[in-house]
Design a protein around this ligand. Sequence first.
Ligand code: PLP
Length: 383
Amino acid sequence: MGAGRRIILGATSREADAFLALVARHGSPLLVFNPATLARQYHLLSEALPGVALYYAVKAHPNEYIVTTLDELGCGFDVASAGEMDMLMGLSIPGHRTIHTHPIKKDREIRDALRFGATTFVVDNPDELAKLAPYRDRIGILLRVSFRSAQATVDLSRKFGCDPDEVAGNITAAEQLGLHIKGLSFHVGSQCTHAGKHIEAIDQCRDLMLAISETSSAPMSTLDIGGGFPADYDLAGIDIGEFCAPIRKALAALPDDWHLLAEPGRYLVAPSVISITTVTGKSERQGVTWYYLDDGIYGSYSGQIFDHAVYPLQVLKTTETRRSVLAGPTCDSIDIIAENIQLPELEIGDLVIGHQMGAYTAATKTRFNSLPDARFVFVESTS
Ligand SMILES: Cc1ncc(COP(=O)(O)O)c(C=O)c1O
């Protein structure tokens, strides 16, 4: 993700006061959620993809404040497990506002989803179609197609999705089971650098859907274009309207009456959460200054392992820099957030801020060393 890590030295006095006040009030470490930033991202993506219904991929950050904010904005939800559905149910979000997108499910999960009120399911093979056959009168099915993407940081077509040339076979298998496939879905990979794969996938899905609709009594009319919309880990200023311009063009070539969906996670939520950690110890080791923080790779920074993300970091000082390491709080040597970085000399108690930390961060944290989670708090500022 990007060439290197962005390090911000210094902060405005307003920013610094806000960080310090948060820690004075709530302690450290923190994950600080700004609902206004999430609302801004939702509006920008909605404007960039007019006519596309957005379903937030809950897995990106399954947090009730985030989900509630998106619920109030009118967003739908993409769920992949009973646990995610339980959370939405607890927030009184009805199942009809969700789609279930995990291509592989136990029968128990299908029944749970139906009880919840979800009716759209994703499959990518005939065995999975057979599992849905008993519920044929109550469901709509999307067939997930694989479009491998070398440019995405996380290639989500490696594990799921049938090849485009397997679509016809799956449609036949569905017909034999008395099932109707209402459309196609894809996920070209998370953190795409450009929309090239989205375009290729939309164009191929259009051709496949039109060809199948010609010979079928029940035509396909739903296309789910997945996620992949990027977060700004380089702080370079991503213009999502520009990123999506070729996608809009490809979608404009589809029949007017098709139902279009997307499942964004990262783009919506990444910038709306920052991490605040505190230096709890320091040590000089072979000419390098090591700082030990109260959150790390086993906690909020777990996305550096699982998601390959490199989060921008900020310290409040601007004094002369030296070679430094930022390490997390556990006893494991893998628990290093950043090595070979230049930082001003920090003291115990100083803060380190991680930016763009809303997606695939807390979602993958562990309880290694029985350390407590970063506390999740929210701010009411506009941004
Ligand atoms: C099925 C599905 N939909 C949507 C998403 C969200 O993708 P992104 O965060 O790239 O928008 C994911 C991510 O893993 C996914 O697996």
